[in-house]
Every structure is written in structure tokens, then in C-alpha cells.
Design a binder for this molecule. Sequence first.
Ligand code: PAF
Length: 279
Amino acid sequence: MIVLHQRAEIESYMLDLRKFSSSIGFVPTMGALHAGHMSLVSKSLEQNDYTVVSIFVNPTQFNNSNDLETYPRTLTADLAMLEAAGCDVVFVPEVHEIYPEGTDVQESYDFGNLEMVMEGVHRPGHFKGVANVVHRLFKMVMPTRSYFGLKDYQQLAIIKALVAQYSLPIEIIPCEIVREPDGLAMSSRNVRLLPEQRKHAVFISQALFNAKSQKKSVEETKKSVINAIKSVPLLLLEYFEIVDGTTLQPIRQWSESKNPVGCIAVHVGTVRLIDVIMF
Ligand code: PAF
């Protein structure tokens, strides 16, 4: 496994690699890798000749400076996991390699209604930062396929829109959510939960699973999740929406969507967690 740090290095390495490989899989990450990330890496290894992973805590997508400062950083362990998994290339750039003109100089994108809901409302500027970093990484790595988890459902929709708008020849592969044995969706932020918070965090996924199994109307399903979260100490609901899985616009009847999706964001102390359920 080779570890590269500079933009010029990855660009020239990828140019050479493309000469003798038919497919390159790319998994962009912010590090603090867990089984969820490793499932994306495994899928990429299965489907491609070469797998490239980036580890970069992208400052432009954090609208909360405390979240950026406390974001877990575990580079040594991350590299060991990637090496053991058989990853070929890891790109670990400094901020100036991605933003040579400074982080204030960013491309503006228009994702229309996709960015007007949920994370777009509660984390202003977040998707601009995500689109900027992913677009820049795509230009450097120029992969055949790139892998994103369904837990960040809205991010996945934004990345698909980015690829379509810029006609990038990259196949975006959505990957299943990986959960802890008790159901909590895996997240790099989970390590920041105190033991008591961790115990309560499990009720996020439980509320989603229960609501799904009850097979009630959209309105009742929403109420059931909202009330379940409100009844748990230490959990503070930011939003729960049931949206069409393609347009991300809220629905009022199940018949309005072929692929309804429930998206939730909850604060557990200072840790903000998201989760998703497909209805
Ligand atoms: O999902 C993430 O970890 C990040 O948003 C991504 C896609 C690596 C961009 O920084």
C-alpha cells in the first residue's frame, strides 16, 4: 500500500495507474475508520483492479468549529486497517493541497431542492463544502467507481447530482448502512459518546425500526418517531422527515413515493448523529 500526501503525487500516480488498470475504485473518507467505511473499501476491492482511499477532514463542510476540532483523528490505526484490507493507495493531503487558494475560494453549486431540506437547512454551507472537496478529489483520482454510504442519504443524492451536472464518468455506488450489534448506525462520531449517552443513542435506530414495523400512515409514523425520541433523556431531536428517496421532498402519503426514506438527525450531548431507514 502506498501513502501519498501531495496533490501532484496523486495526480501523477493515478495517471500511471490508469495506463495498466481497467478500473479504479475510490472511497473518500474523513478517517476515524470503522466497519462502515471498511465495507465500502471491501466493495471497492471486489469490483475494481485498484482501490484508492482518501483521508481528509474537510474543514469547509463543518458549520460548527467545535465539531471540526473534536472530529476524531486516528491516522495510524486507519492506515493499519487499510493495509490489512488490501487497499492499494491512500491519499492523506494537508488542507493546502486541496484548497491551494485557501478555503474561502470555493466553487458554488446549485443542487436545487436537494439542498433545501434536512441537512441543507440545519447545516448551512455543509453541502457546498462536501461538493467542493469531492469534486476536487474526483478530478485528482479520476476513479471508475466511487463508494458512499446510505447513512448520509442526502449527501449521496448531492454527489449523484454533482456527477450528473458535470458529466463525470464515475459510477456512484451506494452502500448499505453498517450497524453496531444493538442497531446504532456506525459513525466516526460514536466514539465521542459518553457511556450513558451511548446507551441512550440506541433508541434512535430503535425508533426507526419500530415505526417501520407498525406500518402506519406517514403522519402517524412521523409522530411515532418524534415522540419516541422526545421520550428518551439525553436525546434532542433536530429533525425527522419522511421524503421521496429521489427528490428528497417530504411526502404526506405513502402513495406519493416509490422509495420513501426516513431521515433523522439527533443531538446526544455535543454529538450530532444521523440515521436513515428505507420504508
Ligand atoms: O462522508 C464523508 O465522510 C465526507 O462527507 C466525505 C464524502 C469524505 C467528504 O469529505
